[in-house]
Design a protein around this ligand. Structure first.
Ligand SMILES: [Zn+2]
Length: 329
């Protein structure tokens, strides 16, 4: 195993020099070699047992919070002809980078405005195995997409990076590989994956009319989500992320999902070549006393509300009758 580690390190070093991507530090970690159990050796916060992500969410243990409104998306969520996007294989995942920073988001009980920086994906060891990072009601989904929003007031590289609890806001979307039809927008992205098969490669392109509605990456219903304070799910595991985990998944076809499993990472096996990116998810971390909030009412909340309304109605009715009775006297 040690020789594998060395070969990965050398391969990473060489790839970084050749591709000039300056990625040695970023590629110290992996999911099979230098896996999540080792991240804390290099990045202390990854070994922190508080405020880390992902987590397991049980709806019955979450708390309904009526202030959690739906996020407001603006500034180019639909077609923007001049927008430049970059699809990148960074050796850990496929990442869609929004270079213009013009896609904005506010609301959802966040105190700042945010711009969309990138969306990326986490998936399983193979197409039959689940690979989401968060779990919901005892279930790990087939895959998970994260869309990373940066606080417009956030200055990278400052102390604020660590201490501002709302530096990043990340949308998490569960993905199921069960669609009969391909998801049109994901299909548009995946049509470019041949150009980024190898780790460190990227491909820039302009949005094309009708095919570039980024909103299609998200579920239709944005008003139902879970909210908690957590961290990056990869090194350096900074605890500055406000998480929004949508209750409803998106659906892609198995043919589409297979394209993700064809991407290569930086690990080269002798006589085999570069390995595919698989199992790129971090296991659930301790909740450690945190409260997970919910933007939507569950059936108990609805019954309680109905009961409260009925009680209030009866009190009013009783008061009216009492008033009428007294007036008659
Ligand atoms: Zn992620």
């Amino acid at each position: 195993m040690d020789s594998s580690v060395d070969s990965q390190f050398v391969a990473t070093l060489v790839a970084c020099i050749i591709l000039n991507v300056g990625c040695l530090q970023e590629n110290w970690y992996g999911y099979h070699i230098r896996d999540p159990s080792e991240w804390g050796k290099m990045y202390a916060r990854c070994a922190d047992n508080h405020d880390q992500s992902p987590i397991k969410i049980e709806e019955a243990e979450t708390v309904y919070d009526r202030v959690l409104s739906a996020p407001v998306l603006h500034g180019g969520w639909e077609y923007v002809p001049t927008s430049v996007l970059m699809l990148e294989n960074n050796g850990h995942t496929m990442e869609l980078v929004f270079k213009d920073n013009h896609i904005r988001m506010h609301g959802a009980h966040l105190t700042h405005e945010f711009y969309l920086k990138q969306c990326h994906f986490h998936w399983g060891e193979d197409i039959e195995k689940p690979g989401s990072e968060h779990w919901l009601n005892g279930k790990q989904y087939d895959a998970e997409m994260h869309c990373v929003f940066i606080n417009v007031d956030f200055v990278p590289g400052t102390e604020e990076e660590i201490y501002d609890r709302e530096a990043w806001a990340v949308f998490a979307v569960f993905i199921k590989f069960d669609s009969e039809k391909p998801n049109e927008y994901i299909d548009y992205l995946l049509s470019h994956t041949d150009a980024i098969r190898e780790a460190g490669h990227n491909y820039s392109f302009n949005q094309e009319k009708k095919k570039a509605d980024i909103r299609h990456l998200l579920p239709d219903n944005l008003s139902e989500y879970y909210r908690y304070q957590g961290s990056l799910t990869s090194p350096p595991c900074y605890e500055f992320v406000v998480w929004t985990i949508f209750n409803n998944p998106i659906h892609i076809s198995r043919d589409q999902a297979e394209k993700l499993f064809e991407l290569h990472n930086f690990v080269k096996e002798r006589n085999v070549g570069y390995m595919n990116i698989t199992g790129n998810f971090r296991p659930p971390q301790p909740l450690a006393g945190r409260t997970v909030y919910r933007s939507f009412r569950d059936i108990d909340d609805k019954l309680n509300t109905a009961y409260d309304q009925l009680s209030n109605g009866l009190v009013i009715l009783f008061t009216l009758f009492a008033a009428l009775f007294c007036a008659r006297d």
